[in-house]
Design a protein around this ligand. Structure first.
Ligand code: WT7
Length: 648
């Protein structure tokens, strides 16, 4: 370490990593190799996949708007599901691929070997084919964390159908919007989901969505809880259809750049964007980063506690671990149910080697006290991962010292839905840790900090985080709107990919993500666009105008603070406030629930009519003493009312 100012914050690599595949010197060598000759580096990495026809070219890309293109391994062909299943059969057909842990600890876990998983996926694929699904079709998946979710995604991949998973916490409106946007005609769902002992009416939500998604023609329903559902002529039971088909299904050879999936994510403006990932580059990135970040070795039980409805679930519950022949754990429930020991009990029950979860879960567990952790053994744990938002040093230390008994490195992975997999993260055995820093970029990742004018900042600096070169796992487009893709990511700082994040780099070259610099809020590690919540609010008959900002929140990281101007003549009652909060929940889903809602007679605007969010953020944070320059406001008096009526 060269930066003595940070020396006291520097942890060794954590644990015994004398046999690490990548040590500090190897990291430097790999980083330099990927910079010097990316084609050779990536064609070599491509050998980790099984190709039906191997590629002869690596990346072909330009981030210049005039000449924009991104392709990787363009002349190669492969099948993603075959890479996750078939190629493992000879060597580890009887190895457990998936351990499934149910919501209720009294219920029995289930396991699927690679051979069993292969058969399940083939059967699922045959059901999809029988229902008319073919290569290139979009399939919407709205399932809980049950094994059938893994079967369904891999079945799509096997056929070359493009899956679009919608998180089970989203509302019927949100499902309908996503079905319509990608033009899928088939949805896979379950009767109900189970979480924390509660039931989630998934099938009923799809029925409600169908009313708003006229293109939806067919629904495959997995029987999970056995709860009552109404079957319509559109619906078939999965188990009925599965009984009619065989468990053999050839894998469709796909071009490297054929789409694998769409995943909707919020941006700073407009509707959620359909982030599109393609086959080979995405899978390579999933496999490469899963192995590097978690030093994956055969036999390790790998548990990423994310839901399959988010990119973390796609990459680190499913594709990365299975591409690497790992044993991946899928958990149906919540980290704190029946009590705050559950996560650690699962670790003990399945001898988990790597646990990968989010700071928001850690903060919630930390608050319950150490006894829930120390009552468990956890001796199988060797690595602890973090993802989704900056991890505050207090939560980092608790994770390291209490959960990991000071022998497991904290692998804080910075990345995004758009990046496909981890980009900046420590490598166990190679990277000294600093609590709160995602540390250094993986070989092949070239970050840069720029100021607001786009000027490059060298050395220790704070600025906007951009990535200057393409990497295989990069998203390729926004489904149906390529211009939006180029506009959103490549025009703010021309010639580079703009992440939307602010970041500090210290004198050791360590990266410290400071959070979003755009109008995106990170609620419990999930991205929410302020524009989305605003448009839900203004859709209510009583609302004239709304502005939404993030505010600090102990558990969620950021909470949602909404300022609402009502139509004239509507009274500002507590009942209406509660109604509006419920309204947003119903329009988008529970994750969009405003934490605070303030009635504002008017919003602070410039003379040209632009809402001054900077001021709204300060008020939401409670930092009313330093509102800065308000002289450009059309009516400075508006601010006084906002400050006086702040919801504390
Ligand atoms: C945004 C991406 C990464 C997959 C899950 C979220 C924030 C993510 C970290 C981290 C600091 C982080 C960023 C990023 N973020 N991981 N380790 N440290 N910030 O994916 O919903 O696409 O959100 O999450 O702000 O831009 P996402």
């Amino acid at each position: 370490m060269t930066d003595t100012a940070h020396a006291q914050d520097c942890y060794p690599v954590g644990g015994d990593w004398t046999d690490a595949r990548v040590d500090a010197a190897a990291y430097e060598r790999l980083y330099a190799a990927a910079a010097r000759d990316p084609d050779t580096f990536w064609l070599d990495q491509a050998k980790r996949l099984d190709w039906t026809s191997p590629p002869t070219v690596a990346g072909d890309w330009s981030f210049d708007a005039d000449d924009f293109r991104i392709t990787w391994f363009a002349d190669g062909t492969l099948n993603v599901a075959a890479n996750c299943l078939d190629r493992h059969l000879a060597e580890r057909g009887d190895t457990v691929a998936i351990i499934w842990e149910p919501d209720d600890p009294a219920d029995a876990p289930r396991t699927f070997t690679y051979r069993e998983l292969h058969a399940e996926v083939c059967r699922f694929a045959n059901v999809l084919t029988a229902q008319g699904v073919a290569k290139g079709d979009r399939v919407t998946i709205y399932l809980p964390m049950i094994p059938e979710a893994a079967f369904a995604l891999l079945a799509c991949a096997r056929l070359g159908a493009i899956h679009s998973v919608v998180f089970g916490g989203f509302s019927p409106d949100a499902i309908a919007g996503r079905i319509e946007d990608c033009g899928s005609t088939l949805v896979i769902t379950a009767d109900e989901g189970r979480r924390g002992g509660k039931r989630i009416p998934l099938k009923a939500n799809v029925d409600a969505a169908a009313a708003k998604a006229p293109g939806l023609a067919k629904v495959i329903v997995v029987k999970s809880t056995g709860g009552d559902v109404t079957m319509t002529p559109r619906d078939v039971w999965y188990h009925d259809e599965a009984a009619k088909v065989s468990a053999a299904c050839p894998a469709e050879p796909m071009a490297a750049e054929d789409p694998l999936f769409i995943l909707y994510t919020s941006g700073s403006t407009g509707k959620p964007k359909g982030v599109l990932h393609t086959s080979a580059g995405y899978l390579l990135w999933a496999s490469y980063t899963h192995e590097l970040a978690f030093d994956y070795r055969p036999g390790n039980v790998f548990w990423c506690a994310a839901d399959i409805g988010w990119v973390t679930g796609h990459t680190y519950v499913l594709y990365g671990p299975l591409a690497n022949g790992a044993t991946t754990l899928m958990y149906e429930g919540l980290p704190n149910w029946p009590d705050a020991s559950r996560l650690w009990q699962i670790v003990d029950r399945h001898r988990v080697h790597t646990l990968f979860t989010a700071p928001t879960a850690l903060r919630a567990l930390m608050k319950e006290g150490d006894a829930f952790v120390t009552a468990t053994d956890r001796s199988s744990l060797k690595l602890l991962g973090s993802v989704g938002e900056p991890i505050n040093p207090e939560a980092w230390r608790w994770y390291y010292e209490v959960a990991g008994d000071a022998r497991c490195p904290i692998i804080d992975t910075w990345w995004q839905t758009e990046t496909g997999g981890a980009m900046i993260a420590p490598i166990p055995g190679a990277t000294a840790l600093k609590p709160g820093s995602a540390t250094r970029p993986f070989p092949g990742v070239f970050p840069r900090l720029v100021d607001d004018k786009g000027t490059t900042l060298d050395g220790a600096a704070t600025g906007n985080l951009v990535i200057t070169q393409s990497w295989p796992g990069q998203m390729r487009t926004v489904w149906g709107d390529h211009d939006r893709f180029v506009q959103t990511y490549f025009t703010t700082y021309p010639g580079t990919y703009f992440t939307g994040d602010g970041c500090r780099r210290d004198a050791d070259g360590y990266y410290w993500i400071t959070g979003r610099v755009d109008d995106v809020i990170n609620v419990s590690g999930h991205r929410m666009g302020t524009a989305e919540v605003e448009s839900a609010l203004v859709a209510h008959a009583a609302v004239a105008e709304a502005a939404v900002v993030g505010m600090p929140h102990d558990i969620k990281g950021q909470g949602i603070y909404a300022y609402v101007t009502l139509n004239s003549g509507v009274a500002t009652t507590d009942d209406l406030r509660a109604e509006l909060v419920t309204w947003v929940r119903q329009e988008i889903g529970p994750i969009a629930t405003p934490d605070k809602l303030q009635f504002a007679p008017a919003l602070p605007k410039t003379r040209s009519g632009k809402i001054m969010r900077r001021i709204l953020r300060k008020i939401a944070e409670g930092d009313t003493a330093s509102l800065g320059d308000t002289s450009t406001l059309a009516d400075p008096a508006v601010v006084e009312d906002l400050v006086a009526n702040r919801v504390g």
